[in-house]
Design a protein around this ligand. Structure first.
Ligand SMILES: Nc1ncnc2c1ncn2[C@@H]1O[C@H](COP(=O)(O)OP(=O)(O)OP(=O)(O)O)[C@@H](O)[C@H]1O
Ligand SMILES: [Mg+2]
Length: 495
């Protein structure tokens, strides 16, 4: 599977293209060498044969037919290995002289150059060999064949052909291997960038792409991306800082305004004016509540470690919250169910946890229509204490599940319902302090409405571990102080 995806990368395709070009060049080069070598060898043989023919022709001109036959007999006697081949016959193919016994089969009617096999049918006694010859007619009706054994030559050609085939095979294999290795090292580096990007997209904005320190193009790309991320973080912090400052700075004047309105409310007799002032006070209270929520979240995010962490029974805490919200749920005639195991303990801040749990139950009731169902559960799953709320409400589309934890973010459908979009931001901040992981899923996947299930997994409290950690804290007080200092100095306005 991994190999398959490797083959699909653009780097590998590039390497493949390179390999094809490379292999074609090698093939052309070898083919050219072969063509030149083989051509040269054939030309040499032909030249030798031509030279012999020239010699024989001279003899024939000087001494006639008998002279020709004599010289051929002499030559045959002198060349026992029979590299040169001769045959003189009458025009009806009766042998007169030569070291072949008969005319090669199928070549009787031919003229000029022929290629044939030396075998028994023409009086050859050794193993079969390849030969090349020239045939022509001599005046007076005689036929003459002059040739050479070219078997060694053909064998040599075969060796060269074999070498070319092997050469091509090895070239292809090496090119394929090289292409694969090059593309793999490139793909690996791109994959590191991809992995980091995915982590960042899933919310871990502090992740950075590792560099190799070679300052090559990949390092430069990674550096640029990292700097871009730093910049984004810086800008985001800035925006958050501004919104927190606004909330902080407007809170006092707003409180003063609200109190003045309340005083007015008490002092006027006019019923209408009193009602209007009452509504204005309620609006101001709502605004103050939003500011307070915003500041609470900001404080949690920057000073999370200042939370009052103690062993808490998550089960009892959730039961208490349920008790508080059951009435609200009853009003909507919802079916409210709780499966809470009271022994489940975690280490945390009771007040913060209560706010977190309340916000989630509140959302479930708010976003589930009348006569819907809500189930609240607390249980342990391995080392995790899990708090889960499952409702049968409108749910959150998958594309927006990542965004609902942002401040003021509300899913389109729910904008008509009261709320600011700060509840889940607070939940996320509290969960973070408790090393909690939030999982969002559809209660009824594929159905409409899908409902929503939110589960928060936090480490279970184990007394032994707590003791160990306190011991560590005592041994390492300096490290702890170090960790707290920058957080405390960053957002002083929240004090
Ligand atoms: N149980 C749920 N079912 C469906 N949608 C939900 C659920 N919980 C939250 N949401 C969606 O997520 C958005 C953000 O929730 P959040 O609790 O942060 O804000 P809110 O409930 O709108 O306002 P607030 O909690 O500040 O009063 C909601 O506006 C809603 O669209
Ligand atoms: Mg809410």
């Amino acid at each position: 599977m991994k190999l398959l995806s490797q083959l699909k990368t653009s780097t590998f395709r590039l390497a493949l293209l390179y390999m094809v070009v490379f292999a074609t060049s090698v093939f052309l080069l070898l083919a050219f060498i072969y063509w030149r070598t083989a051509g040269f060898m054939t030309a040499q043989t032909d030249e030798t044969i031509e030279a012999e023919i020239a010699g024989l022709a001279e003899q024939y001109r000087g001494r006639g037919i008998n002279g020709l036959i004599t010289i051929i007999r002499e030559r045959v006697a002198r060349d026992p290995n029979a590299k040169s081949l001769y045959l003189v016959t009458t025009d009806d193919y009766m042998k007169l002289a030569g070291n072949l016994s008969a005319w090669p089969e199928g070549t009787q009617s031919q003229r000029g150059w022929i290629n044939f096999t030396l075998n028994e049918s023409i009086g050859w006694t050794g193993p079969e060999r390849l030969a090349r010859a020239r045939i022509f007619e001599v005046q007076g009706g005689l036929r003459l064949l002059v040739g050479r054994d070219v078997d060694d030559l053909t064998a040599l050609k075969k060796v060269i052909e074999g070498a070319i085939n092997w050469g091509m095979g090895i070239t292809l294999a090496l090119a394929l291997l090289g292409g694969f290795m090059i593309s793999r090292s490139t793909t690996r580096r791109i994959e590191t960038i991809n992995i980091t990007s995915r982590k960042i997209m899933s919310g871990h904005l502090s992740q950075r792409i590792p560099t190799r320190g070679t300052d090559d193009d990949f390092d430069q790309l990674a550096d640029n991306l990292n700097q871009m991320l730093d910049r984004i973080v810086y800008l985001m912090e800035g925006i958050r800082h501004v919104s927190d400052s606004i909330a902080h700075d407007l809170r006092t004047p707003l409180t003063r305004l609200r109190n003045q309105l309340e005083n007015t409310l008490l002092s006027v007799d006019n019923d209408e004016a009193r009602e209007q002032a009452g509504r204005a006070v309620a609006e101001a209270d709502q605004l103050l509540a939003t500011f307070n929520a915003l500041l609470r979240i900001a404080r949690l995010e920057t000073r999370g470690n200042a939370a009052d962490m103690k062993p808490v029974s998550l089960g009892i805490l959730v039961s208490d919250a349920c008790e508080l919200y059951e009435a609200l749920s009853e009003d909507k005639e919802q079916q409210f169910e709780q499966t809470v195991s009271e022994e489940v303990m975690i280490e945390g801040d009771r007040d913060l946890l209560f706010q977190m749990v309340s916000n989630l139950i509140d959302n479930a009731i708010k976003y589930t229509p009348e006569r819907g169902s809500i189930r609240v559960a607390v249980y342990t799953d391995g080392d995790a204490a899990v708090f889960a709320v499952a409702d049968s409400g409108i749910g959150i589309p998958d594309s927006e599940k990542d965004y609902v934890f942002q401040r003021f973010y509300r899913v389109g459908k729910s904008r008509s319902l009261p709320g600011n979009g700060l509840g889940l931001s607070l939940v996320s901040a509290v969960a973070e302090i408790h090393q909690g992981q939030i999982e969002l899923s559809d209660t009824y996947p594929g159905k409409t409405p899908p409902g929503l299930t939110i589960a928060i997994r936090m480490p279970v409290y184990r007394p032994a571990r707590r003791r160990l950690r306190t011991a560590q804290a005592r041994l390492l007080p300096a490290a702890d102080a170090e960790r707290e200092r920058p957080a405390a100095s960053e957002h002083t306005h929240t004090a």
